[in-house]
Design a protein around this ligand. Sequence first.
Ligand code: COA
Length: 158
Amino acid sequence: MKSILYPGSFDPVTHGHIDVIKRLRKAFDRVLVLVADSPRKKYLFTSAERVELLKSSLSSIDGVFVQASDDLTVRVAQKESISLIARSVRTTSDWEYEYAMADANKKLNPDIETLFIMADSKYAFISSSLVREIAAFDGNTSPFVPDNVEKALKKKYL
Ligand code: COA
């Protein structure tokens, strides 16, 4: 069984992430979506909330699993016997950050490779922080996120 780990903050999940997950699922039997935290970020949704939003957004796709992590991503990959990490690249501005993360992960565990997947051009300029900013000003987030996420954002900013 071919598996891949797709880690991210998903604060919140957007149409761009869902597109990446669907495309990964075409190539892999199992896609494990990992809700991880970066100490560099402050989150709007708790880890449990981000997991729930992902699960309800992805419920119609089999072979996709979601879990939270409070460990190093490479350690989770090893525990799950997964040797590939997927990261999505939208524009050239993502490169340096992604390259540094892939390099660090490689140094932490040389047996685990990072695979980059280009974001579809339709979603190249979506980011979770952009979505949160629109929601904070009571703007329409429906072009960027699924209905359940739109509702959750409205509730957060009530
Ligand atoms: N569609 C929409 N948005 C996309 C996207 C796509 N296809 N591809 C990237 N993004 C955006 C995200 O929305 C996010 O936007 P934001 O910064 O405005 O919130 C941004 O790209 C990057 O987010 P994400 O992919 O979620 O990565 P991250 O930097 O938030 O998370 C972790 C990094 C959590 C995966 C990483 O820190 C990690 O693995 N942490 C666990 C601890 C660990 O192992 N640390 C060592 C890592 S070297």
